[in-house]
Design a protein around this ligand. Structure first.
Ligand SMILES: [Zn+2]
Ligand SMILES: [Zn+2]
Length: 311
């Protein structure tokens, strides 16, 4: 369909035209079913979520997709931030395609404390202040839905005009390593992750935690911390401050097989080191999500369909 040509001049000098536009109202105000009135649509594009401005906005008879119209002789935005702005924030966020439709109120794993956590998170998101931000660490076992919730929060922030970047820590390290192998400077990838308003890290603590890996994490956390920028992380490791299992005296000398690994990799603090951990915890709220592993649950339903949904 052809897009109507719009002339600001016509609008400014023809008050009748402006009146007509005002009466019609922007497509965004009409909450059309094509996009539920948000003005953009999401789809999977390869492994990532892609956002495109909805047709209803592009063909809006009031603003012609420009998200501005005349109200009482003054040009005003129909919606702030503009759907095109939100779409570009989502496209820059690198959200996994699998969580394309993630929304806080579509969360379904209530086998644990999911109801309480989603309720708390919606308050947390509402109170989030980008000028005085607080980070978040969402802990819990594998498969309870932490990544889903992270993606839902990231989308919510993009809707408010906050720039976000989603990284699986393990994949980020791989990307940086590939860059090194090709003799590319890795500072671009890192600088992007440091510069964004809110950085989302999935699977914090995962990896081999070599000195190199920890130095990358250190650059990320410290770089952002110094600019008063927060991170929202998920982790499978116990994130609560713990009784110190000594890393410096004793455990390294313990020659029993497996003893060192057990001691060192017990919880998040030990995974990422006290320096990074304390910076993160200082600037973050901690929420623990409990429940069944949905992958196992799905499998169980497939095997024994008569048993129904476990609650
Ligand atoms: Zn419009
Ligand atoms: Zn639409």
């Amino acid at each position: 369909m052809e897009r109507p040509v719009r002339s600001l001049k016509t609008e400014l000098f023809n008050p009748n035209r402006a009146d007509i536009n005002q009466e019609l109202g922007c497509a965004l105000k009409q909450k059309q079913s094509c996009c539920d009135g948000i003005g953009y649509r999401l789809k999977a594009n390869g492994s990532l979520t892609q956002a495109v401005v909805c047709e209803c906005v592009m063909q809006c008879q009031s603003c012609f997709g420009l998200n501005r119209r005349m109200v009482n002789g003054v040009s005003k935005p129909c919606h702030t931030p503009a759907p095109s702005r939100v779409a570009s924030l989502i496209n820059a966020a690198c959200l996994p395609a699998r969580y394309c439709t993630a929304k806080l109120d579509s969360f379904t794993n209530f086998s644990g404390n999911g109801k309480e956590v989603t309720r708390n998170l919606s308050t947390w998101i509402r109170e989030f202040d980008i000028d005085n931000p607080k980070g978040l660490i969402l802990g819990g076992p594998v498969g309870v839905g932490k990544t889903y919730l992270l993606a839902a929060i990231a989308k919510n922030f993009a809707n408010k005009g906050i720039s976000v970047r989603f990284v699986d820590f393990f994949l980020l390290l791989q990307e940086l390593k590939t860059g090194y192998a090709q003799d590319k400077n890795d500072s671009r990838v890192l600088n992007e992750a440091i510069a964004v308003d809110v950085l989302f890290i999935d699977e914090l603590g995962k990896g081999r935690n070599s000195d190199w890996e920890l130095s990358i994490l250190d650059q990320l956390v410290m770089g952002r911390y110094n600019q008063n920028k927060v991170m929202i992380c998920s982790t499978n490791y116990d994130f609560k401050p713990s009784e110190r299992v000594n890393m410096t005296n004793g455990s390294l000398d313990d020659k029993r097989p497996g003893a060192f690994e057990l001691d060192r990799f017990e919880n998040l603090e030990q995974r990422i080191g006290s320096r990074i951990y304390s910076r993160l915890v200082e600037s973050s709220d901690l929420i623990e999500l409990t429940g069944d592993d949905y992958r196992k649950r799905n499998l169980q339903e497939k095997i024994q369909p008569t048993r129904g949904v476990r609650r």
